[in-house]
Write a protein that binds this ligand. Structure first.
Ligand code: NAD
Ligand code: UDP
Length: 344
């Protein structure tokens, strides 16, 4: 196959490019490097089946030759990134998605949209099934991402219904792994970097909010199954094992052997209080389920971060200074009074 991956130099996009190349597909990666990195794709730059095009897909998207699939992953994804790039996030979810859909239509290619569990907002239905319509603020600080993705889903379905484009929508739940940027502000990368630097782990709110963390290899297998099939979706892809943020902190401290304390900060506005995918549809339609536990995934990711010490050290300042518009901070506790401290 010949596959175009928008956002291919990002965390997930670079893993997708790598897996496609491994199985013999040709890959065109289009990325503006706004939140991605050349380093992520440095390993395949010399591969004759790989081409990199630096471009903003919100402006235009044209390539010559046939395409079998357009996989649209371009978008800031970390909350600090989309808070920093609000208009760009809305643009890539709307104009960027339409440019990618039009390209798929011109090439008679399958179109795959990387949507998100954020379309469920702060969910009232738990775990989240695909037919749940969500609880989303259209004006809050997260709306630039949530509504961009909701619009992208609507546009994708409109192109399927109106122009007969072969589309597939996946809703990705929190995924982590090697190639996350140490300073990108997401909870897994932040906690690992802070633990390795010996800095306090920044817990937003009381840490009782939950997420379900999927390891990147599992997610990419799911994306490939969706890309190879003809399921329209939307299909949830994520690991259904739910953890509190405090439990995650505990896991990271345990695996790294770090004695960093935890520190409580204000909770971002509209931060979802719980999140867990129902993956019944992914199992039946794609034969997919995760195989890697959060613990094992963390071990791989921590090994990667340990091998990128300079980048991890450089992230310290931006992670300590991360500020959100949010609810008041809880009092910070010294390490021996932290909820993670062992009983005396
Ligand atoms: P990322 O920030 O590492 O990757 C996004 C990539 O898109 C970057 O390389 C960035 O430079 C590129 N990009 C952004 N705007 C662009 C534009 N206008 N033109 C060209 N390139 C552009 O994030 P990620 O975690 O790899 O996420 C990839 C996709 O998966 C995103 O669409 C995101 O919404 C979705 N997703 C990710 C997660 C997750 O947990 N990682 C969860 C839900 C959804
Ligand atoms: N979080 C945290 N400390 C951090 C970064 C994030 O406690 O340094 C929390 C955040 O408030 C949220 C959860 O961890 O409840 C997951 O945040 P992340 O930004 O990774 O992803 P998302 O909110 O998009 O699910």
């Amino acid at each position: 196959m010949r596959v175009l991956v928008t956002g291919g130099a990002g965390f997930l996009g670079s893993h997708l490019c790598e897996e496609l190349l491994k199985r013999g597909d040709a890959v065109i990666c289009v990325d503006d490097l706004s939140t991605g990195r050349r380093d992520n794709i440095a390993g395949f730059i010399g591969d004759r089946k790989f081409a990199f095009l630096r471009a903003d897909v919100s402006t235009a998207l044209q390539v010559s030759g046939p395409l079998d699939v357009v996989a649209h992953l371009a978008s800031p994804a970390s909350p600090p990134d989309y808070h920093r790039l609000p208009l760009e996030t809305l643009a890539v979810g709307s104009r960027g998605t339409e440019n990618a859909l039009q390209l798929a239509e011109r090439k008679s290619a399958r179109f795959l949209l990387a949507s998100t569990s954020e379309v469920y907002g702060d969910p009232i239905v738990h775990p989240q099934t695909e037919d749940y319509c969500g609880n989303v603020s259209s004006v809050g600080p997260r709306s630039v991402y949530d509504e961009a993705k909701r619009f992208a889903e609507a546009l994708t379905m409109a192109y399927a219904r109106t122009h007969g484009v072969n589309v597939g929508i996946i809703r990705i739940f929190n995924t982590f792994g090697p190639r996350m940027r140490a300073e990108d502000g997401r909870v897994v990368s932040s906690f690992i970097a802070q633990a390795l630097n010996g800095d306090p782990l920044t817990i937003y709110g009381d840490g009782e909010q939950t997420r379900s963390f999927c390891y990147v290899d599992d997610l990419i297998r799911g994306i490939l199954a969706m890309l190879d099939g003809d399921e329209t979706g939307p299909v949830n892809l994520g690991n259904p094992v739910e953890r509190t943020v405090l439990e995650l902190a505990e896991l990271v401290l345990g695996i790294t052997g770090s004695s960093s304390p935890v520190e409580f900060h204000q909770r971002p506005v509209d931060d979802p209080s719980r999140r867990r995918p129902d993956i019944t549809l992914a199992a039946s339609a794609l034969g997919w389920e995760p195989r890697v536990s959060t613990e094992e995934g963390l071990q791989h990711t921590i090994r990667y971060f340990r091998s990128h010490r300079r980048e991890v050290s450089a992230a310290a300042e931006s992670l300590a200074g991360a500020q959100f518009e949010g609810t008041p901070a809880r009092e910070s506790l010294p390490a021996d009074r932290s909820p993670l401290a062992s009983p005396a």
